[in-house]
Design a protein around this ligand. Structure first.
Ligand SMILES: C[S@@+](CC[C@H](N)C(=O)[O-])C[C@H]1O[C@@H](n2cnc3c(N)ncnc32)[C@H](O)[C@@H]1O
Length: 214
């Protein structure tokens, strides 16, 4: 019972004590994953960058600071109303200047144009997508050919949560996510162990296919 409740709050936090507690955890325990995903994307000042399932908004803020060119633009999507509001406060100034846009929506159905995003990153998010192929198809649609997608995770932590039945189903497995990417037109898909201080985590990379690579 508690495992299902925790999984529900991790997957879509609500404005409640449970949602507040998990948001605190995101801000402290996931900071390294958010920072690393932004760093590994090698963001350039004029790019359009998207974070999926941004939660409280730490990664959005970091990435927006790197998009210093006039065309540089940061987009965030999350379908939790609570996280959407929390992120709005975190990036208030960037929203006001137009540098950041936030959408309250599902990753599998985003109000974004075809071939419009250079880089995508996400942390601790795909485990909760009920249909990985549907989400990956949508992500591929909005990415520019040759664009990079990076996700960061601590596989040992996720496996431990999955063993306690906190994660819904088997989509938390990196192989499931990577297979969905492969099936929907991504190439150069790989997972690497990466280090930050004494923390080891995994980074999964993929490239949106170009007309030459399909
Ligand atoms: C575990 S939290 C991670 C938040 C943040 N990225 C971090 O690592 O701290 C997962 C986030 O993804 C969002 N999310 C999960 N599935 C989603 C979907 N299908 N569409 C949009 N947002 C989703 C949730 O609402 C939640 O804010």
């Amino acid at each position: 019972m508690w495992a299902k409740k925790l999984g529900g709050q991790l997957g879509r936090p609500t404005q409640s004590i449970g949602g507040w507690l998990v948001s605190k955890m995101f801000k402290t325990r996931n900071q390294v994953l958010e920072e690393s995903a932004v760093h590994l994307c090698k963001i350039q000042p004029e790019e359009t960058v998207l974070e999926l399932g941004h939660g409280p908004g730490l990664g959005l803020e970091l990435a927006a600071k790197l998009l210093t060119g006039p065309k540089g633009h940061m987009i965030g999507v999350d379908y939790s109303e609570y996280m959407h509001q929390m992120a709005k406060k975190q990036v208030k100034e960037f929203l006001e200047s137009g540098k950041v846009t936030l959408h309250l929506c599902d990753v599998a159905n985003m109000p974004l144009e075809d071939n419009s995003v250079d880089k995508v990153f996400h942390c601790n998010c795909y485990y909760f997508w009920p249909d990985l192929r549907k989400a990956a198809t949508e992500i591929h649609r909005i990415m520019k050919p040759g664009g990079l997608i990076v996700t960061t995770l601590r596989q040992s932590h996720i496996a431990a949560l999955a063993a306690k039945k906190v994660m819904p189903g088997e989509n938390w497995r990196p192989e499931a996510y990577m297979a969905a990417l492969r099936d929907t037109g991504f190439t150069d898909i790989r997972m690497e162990d990466t280090h930050h201080g004494n923390i080891t985590f995994q980074a999964i990379y993929a490239t949106a296919s170009t007309p030459d690579s399909v």
